[in-house]
Design a protein around this ligand. Sequence first.
Ligand SMILES: Nc1ncnc2c1ncn2[C@@H]1O[C@H](COP(=O)(O)OP(=O)(O)OP(=O)(O)O)[C@@H](O)[C@H]1O
Ligand SMILES: [Mg+2]
Length: 311
Amino acid sequence: MRAQAEDEQAIAASADSYYSEDEQDWGEPGPVLVPGAELAPGYRVVDHLRRGSRLDVYDVWSEERGCRCVAKTLRPERAEDEQAIGWLRNEGVMLTQLTHPHLVRGYEIVRTAPPDRPAVITETLPGLTLGYLLDEVGRLRPVDAAVLGIQLCSVLGYLHRRGWVHLDVKPSNVVQTGGRAVLLDLSLACRVGERSSAGTFDYLSPEQARGEPMSPAADTWGLGSTLYEVLAGTTPWAHVSHRERTSHGGRYYPQRDGAPAPLRTHRRLPAALSRTVDACLAPDPTARPTVAEVSGRLVNWSGIDPMTFGD
Ligand SMILES: Nc1ncnc2c1ncn2[C@@H]1O[C@H](COP(=O)(O)OP(=O)(O)OP(=O)(O)O)[C@@H](O)[C@H]1O
Ligand SMILES: [Mg+2]
C-alpha cells in the first residue's frame, strides 16, 4: 500500500475538495493515533495513512480476522459532527451491502475508543492509487485507459442501477491492483434525484457546481475527467489558477461556463477514443452518454472483451 507515501500530497490536494457544509470551527486538531494504539476494540493501528478535512484513514490490524484492514473514521475533534457522522455511516452501510469486484469491500462499522465515533472497516487493497501512478508515469497507454474505463463503467453502472450516484470519481479514489481498478470512497454518494454540491474541484460536474439534483450523468462527468487526465496527463481545468478558483470571495468553477478543450488538443489519440471522452464532458448532463454507452464505445474501439477480465 502506497497510501502513506501519498499522505502529504493528499492533504495538499484536499484544499481543492469542497463539501457543502457550513464552515465551522471544530477547535484544535485532535491527535493522530500512533502505531500500536487501539482504534476500536479488536483493531490496533499499524499506521496513519491520511488526514482529510473531516476524516482520518488508518492501516489497522484486525485481531478477529488476523489481517490488516483499512479504517476510516472522523477526526477526534469532529466526533460530534452529525453531518459528517451521517456521511460516514452512509458510506459504511453501502460498502458492507454492495458487492462488486471493482468496488472496495466493507467489512463492518465499529465504534472507536473515546472519543466515541463510527469507523468503517474495509479490506486493504494492495497496489497504488491511480493518482499516485499518474504522478509516477505521467499518463497511460490508450488501451490501458480503455480497460480502466470499461472497469469503472461496470462498477458505476452497478451503483446507478441501485439508485446511487458516486459523485467523487477521480484518480485518488481508484486503486490499481493487479490489473483490476477498484473504486473507493463513497463518502459523497447520494441517491439519484438528491441535490448535492459536494465534490472535488477538477472532477466536479457543472450540475454539482450549481447544487442541482443529481443523476448518473454526474458520474459520467467524473469518469470523463478521470479518463481525460490519464490520457492527457492533465485535468481539463489544470490551467485555472488557485487564485482564479477562489476569486470574488467564493468559488469559480470554469466547468459551469462551457466544455473543456478537446482531449486531442493535448495528445494525438485515435478519434473514436478521444470523442468518447469528450462526450462524457458535455456541459448538458442529458447530452452525455450513459456509462453503459461509454463502455460499449470503449469495447468497440479497443476490441477488448470484458468477459476476459479475471482470466
Ligand atoms: N481500502 C483501501 N486500501 C488501500 N488504500 C486505501 C483504502 N482506502 C483508502 N485508502 C487510501 O486512503 C486515501 C483516502 O481514502 P478515502 O478516499 O476513502 O478517504 P477521504 O478522506 O474521503 O479522501 P478524499 O477526501 O481525498 O477523497 C486513498 O486515496 C487511498 O490512498
Ligand atoms: Mg478519497
